[in-house]
Structure formats: structure tokens, C-alpha cells
Design a protein around this ligand. Sequence first.
Ligand SMILES: *Cc1c(COP(=O)(O)O)cnc(C)c1O
Length: 423
Amino acid sequence: MAASLTERDKQVVWHPYTPQKAMPEPIPVVKGEGVYIIDENGKTYIDAISSWWVTIHGHANAYIAEKIYEQAKTLEQVIFAGFTHEPAVRLAERLLEILPGEFSKIFYSDNGSTAVEVGVKMALQYWWNKGDKKRNKILALNRSYHGDTFGTMSLSDRSVFTLAFQDKLFEVIFIDPPVPGAPLYNGSWDELACIIYEPLLQGAGGMNMYDAGELNSLLQQCHAHDVICVADEVMTGFGRTGKLFASEYMEEKPDIICLSKGLTGGTMALGVTACTAKIHSAFVDEDRKKTFFHGHSFTANPLACTAALASLDLLLKRDCQLQIDSIAQQHKQFIQQLGADARFAKNVKNLRSIGTIMAFEIESGRDGYLNNIGLEFTRKALEQGVYLRPLGNTVYIMPPYCITKEQLQQVYAAIDQVLVAVI
Ligand SMILES: *Cc1c(COP(=O)(O)O)cnc(C)c1O
């Protein structure tokens, strides 16, 4: 008998974030359809975390697929130094129209980590190009996550993710996400090149939500001291928090913004870093040393840019906006319901939501990413036909925007049942 896909997988594949001893078996998937992931036995799972926060319009969206197919027959890839093409230019034009702030240039890369690396490299080189040697420190927030490359690991909160590389990471000044009544930052402002922050919602750090007014004050202070504000909206972008971008909740806008994940509707890998005219102007110089020496083989890949344009078409439709609002409302009701449920009073904590994302902690006396409650939760939810993947003991929902009321109710019901089983 032929080996199963799972057995063949075990022989040759190494999965991300996956322990290699006693590895949980991956589920062989043959199809995606709307909110559903469909396995080889025809069993369906609602993808309640949008496949790691990317699949905003659901799986195998026919409109996006058609656009990618047409583009693939026309121009699939071309070197982006010295050449240009319509999808890259059009996407830049459209993004500049909707981004939160006065952005003037779009720089393409491949994913969220590279979008952030580019953003922080731009900020550092801005000061280097200006000949300001003193401005070389970076401010970041505790509990932040900005990616898995060395640069972005350095910018992220130190954790089990970064443990093995501690002595190779560059120094960053970490402060707490701003809270009412606490001082913002006590160090010297004029040594800071930039601040990097996930606006309002720290994703991988545990769906930590923080105050818009306080973040606005921090950004105000940064701008008052000429510190470049780099918003990592890799996860919060494209409607996730209820507005098109989380930065819209603050009056103070970023100088650099980093995007990926939902950018292509979750169909293709693409990163975008946008900057203001002020940042860009420091790179306009006869001195070749002031060039931004950064690029990737697939920079501005035409298929990915086309997918992003198609995703924007869908996102900006009134229907999609109504769906986002409706999900936000339903989350609020579910939070009320869970909060009032006596069965969970002792173990379900810190119920919260922003836009299409809701989260809470399970208090079980076992804390952190390495405990087993998350795995157990995932396994039991799968039995209910719902895919959830808690971060440690933080359970969250981040569905595709096309999820119907009935499907979302099914997700809530699964959480209810799993909670009863695990606490
Ligand atoms: C996922 C994520 C990243 C990294 O993106 P990748 O595409 O996984 O490299 C960076 N920042 C934030 C806020 C993220 O959620």
C-alpha cells in the first residue's frame, strides 16, 4: 500500500514552530473553500484564525484566483531594479490613497519580517545619511513580535523564540506598552532613531490590546523629539481592527508603515513598506553611499501585486465593510455571554476584542507558550469542525471576513464546548 501523505511528510518535511520529537501529525489538506479547510477525508474545518491571520477573504477566492491566472499568462516575474510593471505601480498608487498618513513611496519585499526589516533599516539609514551619528537607538515595546529574522528577532520581546540566539541579537530599548498614568519613557529622546510598534494590538505576544489615547501621546512625544515612528501593521492592516488600518485610531500618524499578511488576501507572499516624503528625501543624493541597498529576488512580483490589487477590490466593497462591522458586533455579544457564564467565571479571564479579533486567557495555573493547554484546545476544537490555535493560554478568534453568522456561531459553540472539556 502506498504511504500516506502524513507518513511521506514525516520523512522529508520540517514544519514551523513544531517540536520534532513527539510531533503532532499534520492534517493533509486537499482544498480550501471560503472559511473552510477541507482534509483528504472530506472533513471540513472552519479556519477561525484565517490561516495565521492572512486569509481575509476566505480560501480559494475565485475573483483573486482569476486575476492571478490572467497575470501569470502575461508577466509572471521580472527583475525590479531597472524595470517596472503596471501591477506594482497601480498597487503603490492605490495603497498611497488609503494608507493612514502622508506617505509618498512604496518599497516592496516578500513578507512581514522583511517589511519590518526594511522599515527599521530605512529609519536607521535616514539618520546615517543625514550624518547624525548620535541617533542610533531603537525603542520597542515589551511583548512585541516583529518576525523571525535576526533583525526582527532583535526588535521583538525576548522569549523562547529568541533564546538560542540571545548573544547575536542587537540591542533595543524596551518599554511597556503605554498605560494611563505611567510615564512614557525616561531615557534620552535625542539618541533615538525610531520607535517600532504594533498599533493597539500585539499579536503573537498574546493578543495584547492597549490604549489608543496613550499610544497617541507616546507617538506625539516621539514626533516632538524627531523620533521616526515605524508602525508594524503586518497583522493589524486591512480591516482587522475594524478600521482599514489600526493607525487610523490615532491622530499621530506613522512615518513608516509595514504591511503583509492580509495584503494579498492571504494568497501570495508580499511585503510592503511605505514611507513619507521626509524619510525618502534623505536618500535623494548624488552620494551613492546614501542609496538604500536592499532588495529581494522576488521584489514586487507581478503575481503577488496583482493578488493584492484584487484583494483591495474586495476589501473596499461596502459588503466587506458591513461584514467586518458585523463580526465586531457578534464578538462583543459573545464576550458578554462568556463573561456572564458562571461555568467559566474562575478560568476565563481578560475577555477583550478589537474589530474582528476577540481573545481571552484560560487560567489553568500553567502559563506560557510551552504549556499544553493550547494543543489540547486545538485538538478538541478540530473535533467540533473548527480550527483554533491558541498562543499559550490565550485563545483568540480571527476569522476570514466572509464568515457567515451561522459559521461564527459554530465557532463560538465550539469554544464553549472545548472550554467545558479543558478547564
Ligand atoms: C506575522 C507578523 C510579522 C512577521 O511576518 P512574516 O510574514 O511571518 O514574516 C511581523 N509583525 C507582525 C505584527 C506580525 O504579526
